[in-house]
Design a protein around this ligand. Sequence first.
Ligand SMILES: Nc1nc2c(ncn2[C@@H]2O[C@H](COP(=O)(O)OP(=O)(O)OP(=O)(O)O)[C@@H](O)[C@H]2O)c(=O)[nH]1
Ligand SMILES: [Mg+2]
Length: 326
Amino acid sequence: MTRVNLITGFLGSGKTTTLLHLLAQKPEGEKWAVLVNEFGEVGIDGALLAESGAVLKEIPGGCMCCVNGLPMQVGLNMLLKQARPDRLLIEPTGLGHPKQILDLLGAEVYQPWLSLDATLCLLDPRQLNDARVVENENFRDQLAAADIIVANKEDRWDEATLAALQLWQLQDDPARPIIPARFGEIAVELLSRPRTNLRALPRAAHHHTAPASRLAALAPVQNTRWRRSLNQGQGYFSCGWVFDADTVFDTVGLLEWARLAPVSRVKGVMRIPEGLLSVNRQGEDFNIETRQATPPDSRIEIIHEEEADWNRLQASLLKLRLTNAV
Ligand SMILES: Nc1nc2c(ncn2[C@@H]2O[C@H](COP(=O)(O)OP(=O)(O)OP(=O)(O)O)[C@@H](O)[C@H]2O)c(=O)[nH]1
Ligand SMILES: [Mg+2]
């Protein structure tokens, strides 16, 4: 039996950061797998998780639970069959529908293979003061479906944040555990807690753009050295670029580009002269890491609440290529 945890949370709340922390605490001798689903067409979280030692399966480009859960079933079946992990951690997109995913995991066909443990929901409590986020049905459903709420980014809270969190807990269920955390640093033992939340969740009424219409919305721009892909759905827009392995970027320019792009979310794993640079920005939370490694390609993605000026951002990104750039 593979024990499964769903790790939910809104866009940029800290799901992948938490996964990395949990994977670092994996008990020796156990085999763990990760199924990660991203909103953008260009998957970045897989590259961020690549060194974690877990068996990884990525489903980029929309919501894995849509299209009758087919992408999720394919990914899940593949992982269970090939890897036979002791534990499977699932990170859906920040715009994912927990109800559909939990239904699928509870389906009869998976009963001999899976046992569902606690569902964790990452919450950046500052978002409780953001009307646009609070109105989002996926944000609310993710919180409602969780067994444990991880109130993350404690280093960023001010009094208004704490007050919003306390009020929300009072109105919700004061008995449900809320665990404060910084950079997703939570105890791995939480994963073994049972699933106890039996609230009936509404089935999300609307879905991400179906593949056919998403394809119509796709405006791939490409040449031999790079390509770009767009996605949209649930009131969000994304644009991502993938560059070949030989394209190298100017480090300082890239950091400035990622820091200043007028969008809410930027994440990428890119090749620089010093090796590999990962950039991960949610609003003003900006995390960068460098490593002496050559990534298989360079990939970067932007997510925003409105259609941004992708061409302008693209033009300034292309200018940051160093040697041999086409
Ligand atoms: N200041 C601060 N930043 C954090 C904390 N946890 C995560 N971050 C940053 O928040 C940003 C988003 O973190 P991720 O772990 O990628 O969030 P996510 O929920 O996986 O994002 P999506 O998969 O895109 O929805 C990154 O820049 C992280 O470094 C925290 O506790 N404090
Ligand atoms: Mg993530």
